[in-house]
Structures are given as structure tokens and as C-alpha cells.
Ligand binder design. Sequence first.
Ligand SMILES: NC(=O)c1ccc[n+]([C@@H]2O[C@H](COP(=O)([O-])OP(=O)(O)OC[C@H]3O[C@@H](n4cnc5c(N)ncnc54)[C@H](OP(=O)(O)O)[C@@H]3O)[C@@H](O)[C@H]2O)c1
Length: 366
Amino acid sequence: MPPDQRVVVVGATGAVGLEALRILADLGLHSSRVAALASPRSAGTSVPFGTGCIPVHNAETFDWLGTGLALLCADAHTARRLAPVALRVGATVVDNSSAFRLDPAVPLVVPEINGHLLEDHPRLVANPNCSTIILLVALEPLRRACGVSAISVATYQAVSGAGLAGLDALHAETLAAASGLPPARAPDSPFAEPCAFNVFSHDSPIGPDGLNGEERKMIDESRRIWDRPDLPVSPTCVRVPVARAHTQAITVQLSRDASEEQVRAALARAPGVRVLDDRAGNRFPTPLHATGADEVLVGRIRPDPATARDAAGRCRRWCLLASADQLRKGAALNAVQIGRALRLIPGIGGPGGPARGRTGLTMAVE
Ligand SMILES: NC(=O)c1ccc[n+]([C@@H]2O[C@H](COP(=O)([O-])OP(=O)(O)OC[C@H]3O[C@@H](n4cnc5c(N)ncnc54)[C@H](OP(=O)(O)O)[C@@H]3O)[C@@H](O)[C@H]2O)c1
């Protein structure tokens, strides 16, 4: 990226945008090289960047000239409107919304899996749905080692998956319940049900096939990223009273038998995966372990007890528990990794230079 260009974060006041700014600051990007944009509602406020703050500009009136990379962290409608504006001034766009994910002309990228799609230097890249990223990063090492023929997954999704409004609802409802009030939905909650002390089917709309929007995304996007249009994927997506980081109970059917040693070895050396599987201590992936981490945590690694094992103990169906910070690897970090792979985010020492902070993975996938 030319030295006078900047990284623009749209939706900088939201859950994903704030995380993107945190990661950019951790990478050592100077505040003069980043611009924070949001709706007219937030124009004139400021957001944290590193040890200071930067102003929030109105995305409607912003002068986009000099933008090298635009990280869109707003809703799909805003993305459809602003992506062409950024592209017109020569910027590259990475979009976190669902606007372009199924557009055949737009690559849908998880760097650890299909980062080669960035070699053509696409100008518009879609960031997959958070649950899809977490699922596929956990399973990619097994796919490479043995092939994957089917996936069944149940999700336990944090309220911040619905943005800052989801977090606010959880806090307000928890405080109300702690003060003795009966569980009730907060007035401004994005959810139809109370989220504190409750578990409910994912808040996305249900289609005629009975799948909710999140489940449909996991199916469609997994098939697209792995280029397996017929891959059987059977998800059930559920919201739980967790602030941040999604958890998934996964059963995967491999194309070939594998031993537990093979499964563990594949996961242990995979980029973007950290195995947390302490049977003696009963310590496995949790949202609290995953919060703030770059990797997808994987544990509870075991053969499906309902499947046949051969004399050597090998089998095809394996059960895993995964947990990952959906605001980092499920959104902002994946987008920043794409920007870095495209050489559009300078770290200390210029593009591709060494980063500081905790984003070690950001380097590992370049
Ligand atoms: N949350 C997650 O875990 C997650 C994971 C993966 C992908 N995503 C996707 O990432 C995007 C952002 O999600 P979020 O959770 O960060 O939502 P959020 O917390 O509700 O934040 C939304 C952001 O979009 C901004 N915005 C709204 N209308 C705008 C406009 N007309 N022009 C410019 N900015 C506008 C908001 O600005 P104001 O503050 O001014 O309203 C705010 O900064 C969504 O597309 C979401 O589907 C979210």
C-alpha cells in the first residue's frame, strides 16, 4: 500500500468495527493511517485506538480519496451502498456482512483454507459468517488429512453475534434479574426472547425449509469455501447467555478411517487451531477461554460412540467441541488477515513487517 494511503473502518462504533480497530492498533498501525466511519448518528464522537482515541466520521459525507483498504463492518444494506463508493476511488474492500458472500464474482475467504484466492488480488473480498469460519477452521486439518464427507453441528452462540445491542440486552437483563425482577426481555433487545438465563433458537428468520438464516449460511458458505456444492451439513443454531465467543459441538464424518493419534496430530499442527483437551483436569474449550484469542480452540476429541471402529481402533466419525471469539477470528481478525495477505495493512516496518500485540496468527497465515 502506498505510504500515504489509509485503512478505513466502516461501522467503527459497532462490535466488529471496534475489534478491527483494536487489532489494527495492536499491529502497530499509526492512528494517522486509519479512519473510523459510522452512521450520521455517531459522527463527531470518538472511538478507542491504541492508547488514545480517533474521531468518527459520517460515512455518508466522507471523502474516500486516499483509501487503500476499506474494512466494512456494517450491515449488508450499507455494504451494498458503500462498497462501490470505495471501489471507485481505487480501494480494496473486505466486507463482513452477508451482502456478497454468495456472489460468484466475489471470493469468500478464510486465509487458512482458501487464501490462494487472494493471489489474484481481488478488489472485493467477502468475509464468511462467524459460525462458518469457526466450523471450517476446526475441520480443515481433518479435511486435509482424511477428507470430510458430512458434518453435523450444534452451536451455542454468544449474544454479541447480534452486535452491541445484543450485549446491552444481556447486561440489562442480567442486572434486572440480579435485583430480583423476574426474567424479562430488555426493551431495546434485538432478540424476541429474554437472553439472560435463557437459551433459544437463533434469532435469524426461519425459511420455508425450516432452517433459520444462520443455519442456511453455515450450509451455503461451507459448501462454497470448500468448493463442495453437495457437502451434507446439518446445523442447529442456538443463542446462549454468553457475552462473547461462539461454541460448537461438532460431529464430522471423515472420508477415510482415522486413528485418534492421526486426528490429534492433524489438529495439533493446524494453523489457526489450538487444542485444549485436558481430560484429567476436565478443561476444554469455553467461551471465556476463547475470548480475545486468535485461534479456534478445539477439544473433547473422541470417536463417535455410535460408530463402528476397526481392530486398530480407527473410525470415520469424530466428535469435537470448538470455541472461538466470533468478533476476532469470526469477523474482524479474519478480515484483517485478508488485508495483510493482500499487503494492504502495514505493520511496524511497513507492509508485511513484524506485528506486535497478540495477533500472532495474523502473521502465521501470510
Ligand atoms: N457481531 C458478530 O459477531 C459478527 C460476526 C461476523 C459478522 N458480523 C457482521 O458484521 C457486521 C457488523 O456487525 P456488528 O455486530 O458489529 O453490529 P453492530 O454492533 O450493531 O454495529 C453496526 C455498525 O454499523 C454502523 N452503521 C449502521 N448504519 C450505518 C450506515 N448507514 N453507514 C455507516 N455505518 C453504519 C453502526 O454505526 P452507528 O453506531 O452510527 O449506528 C455500527 O458502527 C454485520 O454485517 C454483521 O452481520 C458480525
